[in-house]
Write a protein that binds this ligand. Structure first.
Ligand code: SF4
Length: 82
């Protein structure tokens, strides 16, 4: 059976588990000074998951992986959603 890809999903949900695992390992290495809190990270990722610019785990507004960008305390959404 052919694997279906959800175009409007986060990396963790769209069949790109290897990339999600890679960014998760990089997020774990961030210092607390640079890392967004868990609550802030979840809020940001939730907003991305409902965003019209999300496609196959990538933000079409800036080309980033939102699940990675959202982990940085000082990063902002390019569409001002968070
Ligand atoms: S970073 Fe902003 S523009 Fe990009 S997918 Fe997330 S909410 Fe949408």
């Amino acid at each position: 059976m052919e694997k279906k890809i959800c175009l409007r999903c986060l990396l963790r949900d769209c069949g790109r588990g290897d990339t999600f695992k890679s960014i998760s390992e990089r997020i774990k290495k961030l210092s607390d000074r640079d890392k967004a809190s868990d609550a802030e990270y979840k809020k940001r990722v939730s907003l991305c998951s409902e965003c019209e610019y999300l496609s196959e785990g990538t933000c079409l507004k800036c080309g980033c992986y939102p699940e990675f960008r959202a982990a940085f305390k000082k990063q902002k959404c390019p569409d001002k959603k968070w």
